[in-house]
Ligand binder design. Sequence first.
Ligand SMILES: *Cc1c(COP(=O)(O)O)cnc(C)c1O
Length: 388
Amino acid sequence: MNTIDKFNSHVMHTYGRFDVVLDNGKGRSASDENGKKYIDFGSGIGTNSLGYCDNDWVEAVCNQVKKIQHTSNYYYTAVQAEFSEKLCDITGYDKVFFGNSGAEANECAIKLARKYSFDKYGAGRHNIITLVNSFHGRTLCTLSATGQDNFHQYFFPFVEGFKYTPANDIQALEEMLDDHVCGIMIEFIQGEGGVVPLNESFVKAVRKICDEKDILMIADEVQTGVGRTGKMLASENFGVKPDITTLAKGLAGGIPVGCCLASEKCSDVLTPGTHGSTFGGNPIACAGGCVVLSKIQSQGFLDEVSKKSRYIFEKLSNMNGVASVSGMGLMIGISLKEKKAVDIVRAALDEGLLLLTAKEKVRLLPPLTISYEEIDEGLGILEKLLAK
Ligand SMILES: *Cc1c(COP(=O)(O)O)cnc(C)c1O
């Protein structure tokens, strides 16, 4: 049996997969089983932030595997200590909780906000306001947090206590506030929702409301964080600091990890027995994460991300068949004039280019280390497909 048949016989069909079997990768390109190469503008949905098998990352991860691959969180490890210190240092947060995915990071944030409020005000102040068209994960709780009706099917009953308000509408948000709200959760750029950035004035209004009412501001930076927008955190582009920020996707360069960062105000809310994760803070993930953070902190790295971003935005804006370009940094949404995004993504595979979609847009989340040469080659393929 070939790989695809074997796979489909045994793995649940929860994804619309393309008929490509990726086998190995180096730098910013992946190869399939037949040795065909692909320029990767998707980086595993923004996870392979340093591309495939970056030398320093491989070395750190392999050394860690040989030393100690896992221990329970009843003990300490030096590598988790180092990763947490680096994370808090680079983000300005006080403390971190480690999980293994974006959904888990958001679950932690939601639990933290509810307990913060419970400890201070007692029961009943438990609602979290999220935005229409948001995406926060696939667990029952984070599905409930996700402000899209099509995610609220089949799996009833969902978790109570989530209210959805339209993005960028300050008045609608204010009208939703009552004595039962403990958190407001936002994505600075709605990723799965179609690469839609929030307005700075709306973000600032959320911060102000949260300060006035002692509501925790939660930023889901699972997709926008870790250098993706040209800053370590997307919040830096909006001039605010949320009380809680969650990260995952690109944080460990392709190893499963998620984290919930808390500012001083709420960093001691979760106490022994109130939250946990067997794999959370796994040494291998932490070792990979340390390398990612070191590179992001290195001189000029983030400036380079911003420079490449401007280069890509400029090229796309002048491309035939492109209606508009949205996003920030290397998180880019492309609205097409006539062609359908999924058709372009499928056609690009034949030409050796990996792309993503987000709603009706083509979405780019290339590795942060992508070279100009690869950008030119990938955009060249896209241009050719749009002209067909
Ligand atoms: C991908 C994503 C998630 C879910 O992350 P998983 O690791 O798949 O659980 C949550 N929030 C946002 C904004 C995301 O982009």
